[in-house]
Design a protein around this ligand. Structure first.
Ligand code: FES
Length: 82
């Protein structure tokens, strides 16, 4: 599975680098580093709702470092295939 974090200008200003750092920690915590690939993406078209993350074909908006683990566990983790 791939997770793409938007680093377009709007999401960048809203802290996408911090979201990426947090997601790296989360993947490590749940031992998913070999299963989930983390990438950066250009604008995903949801700038007003960023930080935006694409998980396969799904766009998840409103990521912050603080809510990243909750969002990961509810919106991404159930769809991880091992
Ligand atoms: S800059 Fe992230 S969705 Fe547009």
């Amino acid at each position: 599975m791939e997770l793409e974090v938007c680093v377009g200008s709007s999401c960048h200003l809203k802290g996408s680098q911090d979201v990426i750092a947090e997601l790296q920690k989360i993947l490590k915590k749940y031992e998913l580093e070999d299963v989930v690939t983390l990438k950066a993406s250009f604008c995903l078209g949801r700038c007003a709702q960023g930080v935006t993350v694409r998980s396969d074909d799904k766009l998840i908006t409103g990521f912050t470092p603080e809510n990243a683990e909750d969002k990961f566990l509810t919106e991404i983790y159930p769809f991880v295939t091992f």
